[in-house]
Ligand binder design. Structure first.
Ligand code: HDE
Length: 710
């Protein structure tokens, strides 16, 4: 207990180091940036009340100048993001594999800052775009900053950094008319995909429901690349990093995603913020897939190829610790916008592999901070500061905060007593892994990177029926937005190399024929000219038939924690029915939002006042996980279009509905067929059964009989 308190104090100390620059204005005078108290913040200085403004007005000029320079360039990719602070705790020492302190010492609580993001959209774009999500974690360790800059999908679209600008240019809005925003459903993206078949694995994940997460709190995270762990003796093992959410992995459906984008474009950001604010701290467990160095060539894919994952059946994910996000940022710009991640921020005990995509990233991230944050001193911004002391001979540059004392800024020196001095490896000095390299310089792709279809096949095989259906629909939706048949044909051809049935269904839907062979324009399709062995479609030669954990179904925890349930009611609601359900739902960890025709308060049948959260102007079913309608519904609600639509749409999105007593009349007025009562449409049920229905996941079978025109 005593130790626990000491630990908490340590974490708090580290955190308060980060907060040194926090400014609170309570009970303070308004001042200029020079500390001069301001007497009038409403009027500029003029020559007479109706006269021209004076250049002399240094207060106005300072205010406007600062305002003019408020924006910094948004991130080239991952511009839209949301951040949170937290801690990482280790379950069991991993000293067998790594000497990294935060993976050795179980008594440490390492502060972290996490930024989740979408990739394609601009800073103000919608959260629910079909896209990959960034999952970047900054560990403030005692040995320096370690950044794990990953995504919510375990593989990447391309294999070599050389293709990154091309890939991103193709997915961003098209350069002539700057459309579409935050969407991949357009010509240039699919043109690129069709010419670069290595993209097919990641694209299959993005077309699956993983591309439209329900919540940032309900996504897995992956470091993607293979890294190295190095132990005290210098022994190296390969590793892939995983984050497993304690709330399970959940997504919305596409119709919901498009509606949420209009109704609440900040849906994910709000959900993260509100849950942390309410004390529902999201948690992820850190998992390691460790491959002994001697097994480097054991698999029929290359560990260095970022378009491949290691199926958990081949190498299990070892759970080693837990991350809890427990504090919202104080200021979005200062923290979430200015945080600067870099896969090259390493600590002793962790090192890179030769993955050519990772190698390219090591250049890019510092470079991008220079143009985004404007100075090589970006590490001095509070959110980027190391909690381990920083001492070196780097000096000056724009916006230098540190006041370096003394006359020596060089090494070696005798005038400064030789300080700062180098650390031996035993003293924690970083040394790169002593990998033997004996090679010719070559600009080429390894033959071992050339199988692009086995793993997407494995992924598709592993999806449940409804997940596969959603993925097929997504391919069909996206390709329908493409204006060129030859692009659609090429993509369907690649799909047919992965799964003939999937390809046929997509092709039927978009009205094209799958060509037996596709022409890859010479000098354009990667590897099509110079090295025909590489990147030519091969028939799938898959690792395994299925890998269970690739389906989101395998990650359902069977609870309803932090889900939002709508309770539709009005004055005179049956308080017994209302309270009975609300109590059980809340006990199980859900939160209830009261929906009524008008805002303010309603009165139950026993006279209790109930606060209304959403009225019929603001309510939308897509913000709820399930809807309950208690007994005692008013005639107004029974006949109201909004109430009917709410139920229709909840049904259409396959969510659970519970109806009590006279609320059945409302159900009759909807388009939900009376004979369609199913495992998630519960009439006069118990709260426990309702909880069970929500927890078991949506009733996707309803999609097979789409009868509700919501
Ligand atoms: Fe990034 N990436 N990336 N990336 N990336 C950036 O850095 C880049 C890649 C990822 O919340 C940029 O600070 C190159 C893979 C995340 O601030 C930039 C290549 C993965 C974030 C950049 C990749 C990622 C970024 C833009 C190929 C998953 C957001 C702003 C060689 C493992 C971090 C910035 C945050 C951000 C470059 C590939 C994840 C331009 C050149 C693979 C989560 O430097």
């Amino acid at each position: 207990m005593k130790d626990q308190k000491k630990d908490d104090k340590n974490v708090n100390k580290k955190l308060s180091d980060l907060e040194k620059n926090i400014s609170v204005s309570d009970n303070q005078f308004l001042t200029t940036n020079q500390g001069l108290k301001i007497n009038d913040n409403n009027n500029s200085l003029k020559a007479g009340e109706r006269g021209p403004s004076l250049l002399e007005d240094f207060i106005l000029r300072e205010k406007i100048t600062h305002f003019d320079h408020e924006r910094i360039p948004e991130r080239i990719v991952h511009a839209r993001g949301s951040g949170a602070h937290g801690i990482f705790e280790l379950y069991e020492s991993q000293s067998e594999f790594t000497k990294a302190g935060f993976l050795n010492d179980t008594s440490r609580k390492t502060p972290v800052f996490v930024r989740f993001s979408t990739v394609a959209g601009s800073k103000g774009s919608t959260d629910l775009a079909r896209d990959v999500r960034g999952f970047a974690v900054k560990f403030y360790t005692d040995e320096g900053i370690f950044d794990l800059v990953g995504n919510n999908i375990p593989v990447f679209a391309i294999q070599d950094a050389m293709k990154f600008p091309d890939f991103i240019h193709s997915v961003k809005p098209e350069p002539d008319h700057e459309m579409p925003q935050a969407a991949s459903a357009h010509d240039t993206f699919w043109d690129f995909v069709s010419l670069v078949p290595e993209t097919m694995h990641m694209v299959s994940w993005v077309m699956s429901d993983r591309g439209i997460p329900k919540s940032l709190r309900m996504m897995e995270g992956f470091g993607i690349h293979t890294f190295r762990l190095i132990n005290e003796k210098g022994k190296s093992s390969f590793v892939k990093f995983h984050w497993k959410p304690k709330l399970g992995v959940h997504s919305v459906c596409w119709d919901e995603a498009t509606k949420i984008s209009g109704k609440d474009p900040d849906f994910h950001r709000r959900d993260l913020w509100e849950n942390i604010d309410q004390g529902n701290f999201p948690e992820w467990e850190l998992g390691l897939q460790i491959v002994p160095e001697e097994d480097e060539f054991k698999y029929d894919f290359d560990l260095l190829d970022p378009t491949k994952l290691i199926p958990e059946e081949l190498v299990p994910v070892k759970i080693v610790g837990k991350m809890t996000l427990n504090r919202n940022p104080e200021n979005f710009f200062a923290e979430t916008e200015q945080v600067a991640f870099h896969p090259g921020h390493l600590v002793p005990g962790i090192d890179f592999s030769n993955d050519p995509l990772l190698q390219g990233r090591l250049f890019s991230y510092t470079d991008t901070q220079l143009s985004r944050l404007g100075s090589p001193n970006f590490h001095e911004i509070p959110i980027n500061r190391s909690v381990a002391p920083v001492h070196n001979n780097q000096r000056d540059a724009h916006m230098r905060m540190t006041v370096n004392k003394g006359k020596t800024a060089y090494h070696p020196n005798s005038l400064g007593g030789g300080c700062p001095y180098q650390a031996m490896i035993a003293e924690g000095g970083f040394a790169s892994f002593n990998e033997r390299i004996d090679a010719q310089k070559i600009r080429n792709r390894s033959e071992s990177f050339s199988d692009h279809f086995s793993q997407p096949k494995l992924f598709m095989n592993s999806l449940s029926e409804h997940e596969k259906r959603h993925m097929i629909n997504a391919f069909a939706f996206e390709l329908s937005k493409v204006n060129y048949d030859h692009i659609k044909e090429r993509v369907c051809h690649h799909l047919s190399m992965i799964d003939k049935d999937v390809a046929k269904k997509v092709a039927d839907e978009i009205g094209i024929k799958i060509p037996g062979k596709v022409e890859m324009p010479i000098n354009q399709a990667i590897g099509a000219d110079e090295n025909p062995k590489n990147h030519q479609p091969k028939d799938a030669n898959f690792v395994k038939e299925k890998s269970e954990k690739l389906s989101m179904e395998a990650h359902n925890k069977g609870d309803i924690k932090t889900r939002v349930i709508g309770i539709l009611c009005d004055n005179n609601v049956d308080e017994d029915s209302f309270n009975q359900f609300k109590k059980v739902l809340e006990k199980e960890g859900a939160s209830c939002k009261i929906i009524a025709p008008k805002g303010g308060k309603i009165k139950g049948n026993k006279g209790t006042e109930i606060k209304v959260d959403e009225n019929f102007l603001t309510v939308t079913s897509v913000c709820f996980e399930a809807v309950f309608v208690p007994n005692g519904i008013s005639n107004e609600v029974v006949k109201h279009e909004v109430a009917k639509h709410l139920l229709n749409e909840t049904f259409k999105h396959c969510k659970a509905i519970a109806i009590e007593g006279n609320a059945k009349t409302l159900l009759k007025n909807t388009d939900i067929p009376a004979d369609k009562a199913d495992k998630a449409l519960l009439v006069d049920t118990t709260p426990k059964d309702f909880v069970k229905a929500i927890a078991s996941g949506r009733n996707w079978d309803r999609e097979l009989h789409p009868v509700v025109p919501a």
